[in-house]
Unconditional design. Structure first.
Length: 60
């Protein structure tokens, strides 16, 4: 009976820790999803590739 009670408490503790970690990771992912990938200044530093319609090759 004591072993059963201890295992139940341990299972609830593991579930609590897993839920907390799940929420932490999701909050971090949501923050990363909402942040801009690059600022306009960073994008201006890198040229845009353009596709040549005749050959299909991408060039600067």
């Amino acid at each position: 009976m004591i072993l059963w009670a201890a295992s139940t408490v341990a299972a609830f503790a593991v579930a609590y820790l897993a839920r907390r970690e799940y929420q932490r990771v999701n909050a971090e992912l949501e923050e990363a999803r909402l942040s801009p990938v690059a600022s306009k200044a960073e994008r201006a530093q890198h040229p845009t590739l353009r596709r040549d319609p005749r050959t299909g090759i991408y060039t600067l």
